[in-house]
Design a protein. Structure first.
Length: 117
């Protein structure tokens, strides 16, 4: 396998693993619908979540009671949108995930930058 292929696969796995944390963190600050979440996560960054992965992720988080949804009618008579927000269980999960992320980031930075043993 070529280096480019390995890098592409590695980047994909990094994004997939971080997507749940990113969605929960965004919903902590904003109630939003799926496409709005997708655009916000990729705006001005190299972090990309595909449309094909955001909706299954939202469905999984909702089924696990980590997010709550509600349907909102469009003001212009257009299609309804499903808005999501964090549930109390989602708040707790986000705090646990953030603590884990901070520890992981610290440890990995030490290893990658040569500070770890």
């Amino acid at each position: 396998m070529q280096d480019k292929d390995l890098l592409t696969a590695w980047k994909s796995q990094l994004r997939k693993g971080a997507a749940e944390l990113a969605v929960l963190a965004y919903l902590r600050r904003h109630e939003a619908y799926g496409l709005e979440i997708l655009n916000a996560l990729s705006r001005g960054s190299s972090f990309e979540v595909s449309e094909g992965s955001i909706y299954p992720l939202l469905k999984r988080l909702e089924k696990a009671d980590k997010i709550i949804s509600r349907w909102v009618e469009a003001e212009d008579g257009g299609a309804r949108r499903k808005y999501y927000r964090l549930s109390p269980d989602g708040e707790r999960l986000l705090e646990l995930m953030r603590a884990e992320w901070q520890s992981f980031r610290r440890d990995l930075t030490d290893m990658v930058e040569g500070g770890g043993s």
